[in-house]
Design a protein around this ligand. Sequence first.
Ligand SMILES: C[S@@+](CC[C@H](N)C(=O)[O-])C[C@H]1O[C@@H](n2cnc3c(N)ncnc32)[C@H](O)[C@@H]1O
Ligand code: SF4
Ligand code: SF4
Length: 435
Amino acid sequence: MDKVFFSKDTLIRKEHFWTLILTLDWRRFLVSNKYIDLLKVINWNIVSDLYEKFPLYKHWEIDTLIDLLVKKGILVFKDNYEIFNVSIIENEIISEDAMSFPRTVYWESTQICNFKCIHCYSESNIKWFEWIELNTAKKLVDEMVNNGVEFFNIWWWEPLMYKHIFEVINYCSLKWLKIELTTNWSLLTDLNIKKLKHCWLKFIQVSLDGATKTSFETMRPWSNFELIKENIRKLVENDFVVSINTVLTKINHLEIIDIINLSQDLGASFYKVSPLMETWRGCDNKLDIQLTLKELRLVYENIFKYQEKNQNPKFNIIVNKNVLNPSIKNIDWMPECHYWCPAWRSTCWIDSYGNVYPCSYMNHEDLVCWNISNKPLLEIWKDSKIMNEIRKIDKIDWKCNSCKHLETCRWWCRATAYLRYNKLDASDPLCVAHL
Ligand SMILES: C[S@@+](CC[C@H](N)C(=O)[O-])C[C@H]1O[C@@H](n2cnc3c(N)ncnc32)[C@H](O)[C@@H]1O
Ligand code: SF4
Ligand code: SF4
């Protein structure tokens, strides 16, 4: 008789709301937590054995779960065995407002960069910077794998300048940990492409902050527009999945549609935008480059209009509709009210000294939540005073208090508030929902 098999690499995580099933081909959905024990043993069983092993379940309940997973292509009935990497993770549930362990971890692999973008870091610390030991990075990878991280995002400063970058990526691929690598891609060479392909890297993020040489190089001094475009083409030709990000400023906001078109022409698969966070040079230069709320809202409106008219299944614009209407369900495969800002709820950031922060823009020394060299990330995530303080915020001053979207939005971005007002419980200054 045919047995039931997982037919995909799959990460299954029990959380406070439901059990998340995340396939590494990007499909994801939820099943009730009562099925977690069944999911743990379902692989390579015939259905009647499952009835016997789980007498407390009605047969139809087991059949329904199996049917659902078969329809989604996650389980198949077969008589021969194929091995897929299926992890089933059941961490201690820690809060109604956060996952039991980050789903995505952002990591600053270095603290040097060969560009000097007008919105980014104040200076490179090459003189006193110590490289992160390879063993420390590997220990972090092991812990992330054991606790069910879906995505390891290497993205601060210039990761291609980190001397162990290829070893770390290689180690992640050996452990089946998915990586997204964000670099400025100015240091791309044929040899680098070969090495990245060799370690199975798939997901790449590129910054495209202008549609013309002038705007791009004004945002990104020391860069070369033509070279970056050429390198994006090379990455696409070499089958990397390229996602493009634009930081919105006075310099580029009027050419956003041109940037989207250019991204599409270059072969990117995903496109997104970020508001300017008022930190580093982004803070020093904010009077010159930060958009007014009206300008910011108009950019979002233009992107959504463009998106409606230009549907392309191969090019996904992933700007969250909640920015204009925070009552729209934020992540369609999550339950209601799974709040859209992921920081400290499902992501965290680790700097190049191993300090953990609730989010990459909350990189202030007052917000350090211990260091991974002293404590496991799991303990930091669960017990850090800062993480818990933010999770417990239940009252925000000023406009959020009387806002009808409060329950779904849950006061949006704490980092923008902290950066502008130095307070975690101030309203988000970049919220454009009420204009
Ligand atoms: C810090 S960079 C690191 C990776 C790489 N060096 C690059 O330029 O893409 C990662 C992303 O953060 C963006 N970024 C930098 N400073 C920012 C700020 N103040 N506000 C919003 N995004 C910012 C960059 O434009 C880039 O898209
Ligand atoms: S945005 Fe990227 S390339 Fe520009 S200074 Fe920051 S880290 Fe360097
Ligand atoms: S005012 Fe506050 S609660 Fe309302 S949409 Fe804006 S950030 Fe969210």
